[in-house]
Structures are given as structure tokens and as C-alpha cells.
Design a protein around this ligand. Structure first.
Ligand SMILES: Cc1cc2nc3c(=O)[nH]c(=O)nc-3n(C[C@H](O)[C@H](O)[C@H](O)COP(=O)(O)O)c2cc1C
Length: 200
């Protein structure tokens, strides 16, 4: 009877926390996660810090946090996973983030070898308005990753983590930060599963 109660409590906990109880990743040892972002007024940077914190929750994961302008070829190619964040500019990624993706080829020469192939990719975004381009922004960043034959995943939301930063929802609130952490954690977990699978 007591055992049954424990099982029910655990299941209730899974539902309440919306956590993936089906699979727990024991170790992210050796997994490198790069969180790269652009931010003019600090909102996307705060989300980026949340994403990095979530990735660090996977034991052993090595996480670096950089502005897109500072990312080097080595940063990219040594990573097992890359999570890119942008503010919404006119319903799309901001110019510096597009330049960052363009530089994968123009500066770093990812093509024709597809040097980012099979790395895990994900996206996050902040936008001033509730419905004015956050999902398009994430999808266009994911499209750039798909074009590079990366394995894109979501987390914190259907297309990645996002936050509304103006009007009735100024700044980044706790729920939005929790979404950012969930994205970082999921990406590190998937990267760990991929890395382990490649070794087996
Ligand atoms: C040039 C420009 C265009 C913008 N376009 C949009 C837009 O289309 N949709 C939206 O929701 N917010 C838009 N915003 C608001 C920013 O996305 C929002 O303030 C964002 O959180 C800023 O991020 P940051 O603090 O990291 O710079 C725009 C801001 C700028 C400067």
C-alpha cells in the first residue's frame, strides 16, 4: 500500500513538473555546449545566462557562453551542441546573428565538408511584443542549422525558449528563465545521448 502511494506521488511529481521522467541522462561528461547570443539591451543576454545554467545542470557538461561576435572557428567546431539566441528584429533574427551564421561559411568554411554535421542545435529568442516574430526568429535560426545538417531540438517551448520583454510583460520573468534553463538542459542531455551513441 505504501509502495503504491510512493509510485502515485512520483507520477504526480512528473506531471506537475512536466519533466521528462522517461529518460534521465546520467552524465554529460565531455559534452561541450556553446551558447552564442546577440543582445543590445540585455534581455537576450539574460536568457542566454539561463540557457547556460540549464546546460550546466547536466553533470560534466562543459558550457561556454559567448556573444556571436566573439565566437571563433574553434569554438564552433569543438562544440557538440550550439544554442543560438537572438532578439527579434522585424520578425526575424537580428543582423549580427545573421552575420554570425553567414560567417560559418565566409570566415570558418563549413561547406562543402559540412563541418557542423550531426552537432546538436537549438535556438532562443526575445521579442518586445507577444506575437510579433519570436517563433519565426527561432525557426529561421533552426533553418540555418538544418542547412548545415545539424540535429535541431526544441526545449522550453515548441521551437525553443522565448521571452516577451516590453508592454505588459517587461523584462525576463521567472517562467521565461525556467524555459531558458529547460532548453539548455535538454540540449546538453541530447548531446550526451548522441555522444554516447557515437562511442557505442
Ligand atoms: C530594430 C528593431 C526591430 C525590432 N523588431 C521587433 C519585432 O519585429 N517584433 C518584436 O516583438 N520585437 C521587436 N523589437 C524589440 C526587441 O526584439 C526586444 O526589445 C528584445 O527583447 C531586445 O533584446 P535585447 O535586450 O537582447 O537587445 C525590435 C527592436 C529593434 C531594435
Amino acid at each position: 500500500m505504501r509502495q503504491a502511494a510512493v509510485v502515485v506521488l512520483v507520477l504526480m511529481g512528473c506531471v506537475a513538473l512536466s519533466t521528462p521522467c522517461a529518460r534521465a541522462v546520467e552524465s554529460g561528461a565531455g559534452v561541450r555546449v556553446l551558447v552564442a547570443y546577440y543582445s543590445m539591451t540585455g534581455h537576450t543576454e539574460k536568457m542566454a545566462q539561463g540557457v547556460a545554467k540549464g546546460a550546466r545542470e547536466v553533470a560534466g557538461a562543459m558550457v561556454s557562453l559567448k556573444r556571436v561576435e566573439e565566437v571563433t572557428a574553434d569554438d564552433l567546431f569543438e562544440s557538440d551542441a550550439v544554442i543560438v539566441g537572438s532578439p527579434v528584429y522585424w520578425s526575424n533574427m537580428a543582423g549580427p546573428v545573421k552575420t554570425f551564421f553567414d560567417n560559418w561559411q565566409l570566415k570558418f568554411g563549413v561547406f562543402p565538408e559540412f563541418k557542423m554535421r550531426n552537432k546538436v542545435g537549438a535556438a532562443f529568442a526575445t521579442g518586445g511584443q507577444v506575437s510579433a516574430g519570436k517563433e519565426v526568429t527561432m525557426l529561421t535560426m533552426l533553418a540555418a542549422m538544418l542547412g548545415n545538417q545539424m540535429i535541431v531540438v526544441s526545449g522550453g517551448g515548441a521551437f525553443g525558449a522565448s521571452a516577451t520583454t516590453e508592454g505588459n510583460s517587461p523584462g525576463i520573468d521567472e517562467q521565461e528563465l525556467a524555459g531558458a534553463r529547460a532548453l539548455g538542459q535538454r540540449v546538453a542531455e541530447v548531446a550526451a545521448i548522441m555522444k554516447k551513441g557515437a562511442k557505442d
